[in-house]
Design a binder for this molecule. Structure first.
Ligand code: ADP
Length: 399
């Protein structure tokens, strides 16, 4: 088989390059044939060649190891079909392959020696620029598909973890309610603690799940006309057990009636539950947590105020970042995701979320304020009462 400029121009990476360039590239291209299962390039090894696939299929794989003691496994990050390219590391320092390439079928490839290719790119800078631009596109596409794969994977894993936890929580509630026989005061205390720990674990998994799919457009697709009072009442119920355990008083202050608001009910409830759960978590026994709502024509404004440990000034600018935890929170459990999720939700509502700590001179504690505009547009799907597509991993129970 002869390697012609015409053949090379069929590859996406090379299509449209000047004839002179294709002519020169054809001179350095070598035909290679590899059987099913052959290892063509190896992760972390010196990258010598760039490959163009004529026929067959190549899996790109990376070593994945969970923790230092986990068993290393190969994870497929992409599959290359005919006219695709791989092995670009051979033209970019430090010339080390970032993945392994394994034949999934008998495959025919063209290989281009990396240093010869680099020399051509230097001699013909316009061709070099165009090739690097295309490689960058290739990498970007691969990265995009890898992150959506990760999101999907996280959603599935989190969802599968939540199910057994919910079942165990139910059993604990059955025991606590005395429905499986009488229990002693000590057993009841232990079961209550188990219920709280399970609740924390479920909240953590929910956070990871939400973190994975918290896109503004997904939040906005859930916009509807909602009753702010209902959300406040539900959020208070969400933290009631945890508050009772610490004898923390939950107080709600607000107008007797409120006008409906456009927003995502489940998501706004989540913001308030998160703020209230933090307030309870970071407060001493016997203190008070207050949820207060101010309503005007254009804005709904909600404060969550506690008498807890407060947030050091130097940490306040960072607490809405993913995984950030303040320096005084080390002994209290948490992943540092709740506030970053809350901020994403509030941002999708074109609102703002702020913190003041201390909120009054000389007083301990923290105040979070959420402000959301009242009159956001409803999604088209709501107006036409079309329910939209069904998210395959969304919880039927609204969790
Ligand atoms: P988590 O509570 O899981 O650690 P969050 O994202 O909800 O994560 O909060 C980030 C950090 O902000 C917490 O680790 C804590 O340091 C601080 N924080 C949040 N709310 C409060 C609060 N009410 N009082 C004191 N510190 C808080």
């Amino acid at each position: 088989m002869s390697i012609t400029p015409d053949l090379l121009s069929k590859f996406e990476l090379l299509a449209g390059l000047p004839d002179a360039a294709l002519e020169t590239l054809a001179q350095i291209a070598q035909l290679e044939e590899h059987p099913d299962g052959a290892l063509i390039i190896e992760e972390d090894q010196h990258a010598e060649k760039l490959f163009l696939l004529l026929s067959g299929k190549i899996a790109l794989e990376k070593k994945v190891q969970l923790g230092q003691t986990g068993t290393p496994r190969q994870a497929t990050i992409d599959v290359i079909g005919p006219w695709g390219a791989f092995g670009w590391s051979s033209i970019v320092p430090p010339y080390t392959y970032t993945a392994s390439g394994i034949c999934l079928e008998d495959s025919k490839l063209l290989s281009l020696n990396g240093s010869a290719l680099n020399a051509i790119m230097q001699e013909m800078p316009e061709v070099g620029y165009e090739l690097i631009r295309r490689v960058a596109t290739l990498i970007r596409d691969r990265l995009t598909s890898a992150s959506s794969m990760l999101t999907y994977f996280l959603s599935i894993v989190s969802h599968e973890l939540k199910r057994p936890i919910a079942a165990v929580e139910n059993y604990v509630q059955v025991l606590l309610g005395g429905f499986a026989g009488e229990i002693s005061a000590k057993q009841s205390r232990l079961l209550e603690r188990s219920a709280l720990r399970l609740g924390d674990l479920r909240a953590l998994i929910s956070d990871i799940l939400d973190f994975a799919r918290m896109q503004p457009e997904q939040i906005r697709a859930d916009f509807e006309l909602l009753n702010p009072q209902e959300i406040g009442a539900e959020a208070i119920e969400d933290v009631r057990l945890a508050a009772t355990q610490k004898q923390i008083r939950l107080k709600a202050i607000g107008p007797a009636t409120m006008k409906p608001l456009v927003g995502a009910h489940r998501r706004l409830r989540q913001v308030l539950s998160n703020l209230l759960a933090n307030a309870v978590k970071f407060s001493p026994e016997g203190s008070t947590v207050v949820l207060s709502v101010h309503d005007d024509e254009h804005t709904l404004s909600i404060d969550v105020t506690d008498e807890g440990i407060g947030i050091p000034l130097e940490d306040q600018a960072h607490i809405f970042e993913d995984f950030y935890r303040a320096s005084n929170a080390e002994t209290v459990g948490g992943a540092g995701l709740g506030l970053s999720i809350a901020k994403k939700i509030v941002d999708a509502h074109e609102g703002e979320i702020n913190v003041q700590s201390p909120y009054e001179p000389g007083k301990p504690g923290t105040r979070f304020t959420v402000r959301v505009p009242r009159n956001l547009p409803l999604p088209a799907s709501f107006i036409s009462s079309d329910q939209g597509t069904v998210d395959p991993v969304s919880d039927p129970d609204g969790e």
